[in-house]
Every structure is written in C-alpha cells, then in structure tokens.
Design a protein. Structure first.
Length: 117
C-alpha cells in the first residue's frame, strides 16, 4: 500500500519561508505527476504545483514565483520550498502522486501551514 507522509508545516510570520517534504513508502520514480494541493478553512482544495517525471512543472497563479517544487526519486521524496509567505497561504498542504499505469491517485494526510500577519 502506498503511503505519503508530509512534514515541515509550521507557524511562520508573513514574509517567512518553509520547506515541506513528502516521503513515499514506495519508489516515486514511476509516479507521474506528483504535486501539492492546499485547502484553507472553508475553501475547496486547490492545486499549488505539480511536477512530471520529465521535470516539467505547472504552477498555479496563487503561489507562482514564491514556491519551488522538486522531487528526489532516490530518496522517494517530494519537496515544496515556499518563500515570501502570506497570511492567505494559511492552509493544510497535501502531497499527491499519480500512478499512471493503474490510474490511481495517492494522497498524504496533510501538514498545517499557518502564516501570521
């Protein structure tokens, strides 16, 4: 069974930075894509960024220019570097991975990011 475990969420002041990690219980080399979503209180889950096996990325406008996604298949880990954080970035951040062969999506349990003004 595939498990994704996020970490790195924290309380940070506006303008600060955080690095989220997502460790998979299996090799991530076949997942395509992998990415991050977030869900703020009272709002729907929204995409933040995704990355293909090729390295191609797709950033949502909400955080474009302030976040960087990277994947280290040797460590079975996906990262999200977030800079210049704003209070509106407060949300639970979820990692996901798609198995293109079986067409299955896997999700982590989420990690809380809180940005104070």
């Amino acid at each position: 069974q595939v498990q994704l475990v996020e970490s790195g969420g924290d309380l940070v002041q506006a303008g600060g930075s955080l690095r989220l990690s997502c460790v998979a219980s299996v090799s991530t080399s076949s997942f395509n894509p992998m990415g991050w979503y977030r869900q703020a209180p009272g709002k729907q889950r929204e995409a933040v960024v995704s990355v293909l096996k090729s390295g191609s990325t797709n950033y949502a406008d909400s955080m474009k220019g302030r976040v960087t996604i990277s994947r280290d298949n040797a460590k079975n880990t996906l990262y999200l570097q977030m800079n210049s954080l704003k209070p509106e970035d407060t949300a639970v951040y979820y990692c996901y991975a798609r198995d293109p062969v079986w067409r299955l999506d896997y999700w982590g349990q989420g990690t809380q990011v809180t940005v104070s003004s």
